[in-house]
Design a binder for this molecule. Structure first.
Ligand SMILES: NC(=O)c1ccc[n+]([C@@H]2O[C@H](COP(=O)([O-])OP(=O)(O)OC[C@H]3O[C@@H](n4cnc5c(N)ncnc54)[C@H](O)[C@@H]3O)[C@@H](O)[C@H]2O)c1
Length: 418
């Protein structure tokens, strides 16, 4: 087998982006996935996705509106789970138990129990479970991590990951403001939870909390002109307002296993605006540009400052992997985002993560972010919320092992995981 036959499950906004990205993977010349089916409980979304596959690939995919009939197909070997967060485990667990490999969008699951259920099912079904974490695939993030690993900064003692700014409008979808559905603090925060562990290694302890900055979210403007039809259509169904029950913001301080500290600030509401991603060591600091903007990483060492490609002279062994090089170029650690659309850049990152997933299946290897890696990123955010409940810092063992779960209790009950 050269290509993994796969079904996309969940054909909303991100499902649409996934289909665009499968085309980019195919055009890379080393495509290793065959997109053969789409599945969504909402028939209109499944049919829209099928039309997109037809438009892009010139062939009709199989269309499913329920999982059971899809899982009976022996010719589908893998699923790409792109449903809303609270449904991930409901889709992935039966698929994994049926022996289908699963790539699951971040956040892997909505609670620790949801994540653990998928990890257990992968083991039972002897199937690959991967988490779709796209931010780390951006070449500037690859370079930043290589700088940290190289020792150029000395032992890093601090990472700051801060992002503040937003509005009181519905952020992407109404479900992103509801605790039992996977609110934006988790949905967005987990990207940063993954970036921190990618740069700094494993988490040991967390202290923090989440909060709701915007208690009422109003219907957004501007979707009429959105470049993606799925986004335009989805926004037509939004209510005038949504009362938020889930956190839109999270602040946490982590002790990493290395002994370093990492600070996370995510405020997705009004009030303040600013961003920082930096790592500090005794000999210098690096400043990362954020994600999907192609700007150069800045490295400050005693008496000098290097940017982007200039840094490569200090890292002779650094190189991008084959698929990343094909999509961004060998010197892609800086790129000009204005030369292409956001969705083209986004598709490249997603294509890299699919390639990694399919290689793990084809070679019997491990995906870069497996179930455990995905669960740890979720634990970084949920752990901050649990720490606020408990009124103390928590170890990752307490969070991941389920010893502390007061915050998650009602979500687990609502989803039959209690
Ligand atoms: N990595 C990124 O940059 C990024 C960006 C956006 C969204 N996401 C992730 O993608 C996922 C989906 O987000 P979205 O914005 O597309 O949500 P969405 O609400 O637009 O789409 C979800 C789709 O899943 C379908 N669905 C729900 N339950 C289902 C089931 N049991 N079987 C089949 N289909 C089902 C819905 O009908 C809908 O079409 C989330 O996990 C989100 O965090 C990731």
């Amino acid at each position: 087998m050269e290509k993994v036959p796969l079904c996309v499950v969940g054909c909303g906004g991100m499902g649409h982006r996934h289909i665009l990205a499968y085309k980019v993977l195919e055009e890379s010349g080393i495509g290793n996935v065959e997109l053969m089916a789409v599945c969504d409980v909402n028939r209109a979304n499944a049919e829209f996705a099928a039309r997109e596959v037809q438009r892009l690939f010139g062939r009709e995919p199989l269309i499913f509106t329920d999982m059971d009939s899809m899982l009976k197909r022996d010719d589908i070997l893998a699923v790409d789970v792109v449903t809303d967060v609270s449904v991930h485990h409901q889709v992935a667990v039966p698929a994994l138990l049926a022996g289908k490999h699963a790539l699951v969008e971040k956040p892997l699951g909505i609670t620790m129990r949801a994540c653990q259920a998928m990890i257990d099912a992968a083991r039972t079904g002897n199937a690959v479970l991967a988490t779709a974490e796209n931010y780390r695939r951006d070449p500037p993030n690859r370079l930043a991590r290589a700088i940290v690993e190289s020792g150029l900064l000395g032992d890093p003692f601090l990472m700051i990951q801060a992002s503040a700014g937003g509005s009181d409008r519905i952020t992407i979808t109404p479900w992103r403001h509801l605790k039992e559905k996977g609110a934006i603090g988790l949905d967005m925060g987990v990207h940063y939870g993954d970036i921190i562990q990618y740069y700094m290694g494993d988490y040991a302890h967390v202290f923090g909390g989440g909060f709701i900055v915007e208690p009422v979210r109003r219907r957004p403007d501007g979707y009429d002109d959105h470049p993606l039809e799925s986004y335009r259509e989805r926004a037509k169904t939004y209510p005038e307002s949504v009362e938020a029950t889930g956190e839109d913001s999270v602040v946490a301080l982590y002790r990493m296993r290395s002994g370093a500290l990492a600070q996370l600030v995510l405020v997705a509401g009004r009030g303040g605006r600013g961003r920082e991603r930096s790592v500090h060591g005794r000999w210098g600091a690096l400043y990362s540009p954020g994600d999907r903007n192609g700007r150069p990483v800045v490295l400050r060492l005693e008496g000098k400052e290097l940017k982007g490609r200039e840094i490569l002279s200090l890292l002779p062994d650094f190189h991008l992997d084959e698929i990343t090089e094909r999509l961004f170029g060998a010197d892609g650690v800086e790129y000009d985002p204005s030369a292409t659309s956001f969705y083209e850049i986004d598709s490249r990152h997603l294509a890299i993560e699919y390639h990694d997933f399919a290689q793990a299946i084809l070679t019997g290897g491990q995906p870069e972010v497996d179930g455990l890696g995905g669960m740890q990123a979720v634990a970084a955010i949920v752990g901050a919320y649990e720490s606020a409940h408990a009124g103390r810092s928590l170890s990752m063992e307490e969070i991941m092992g389920g010893a502390v779960r007061a915050y998650q209790q009602d979500i687990d009950e609502a989803l039959g995981l209690a």
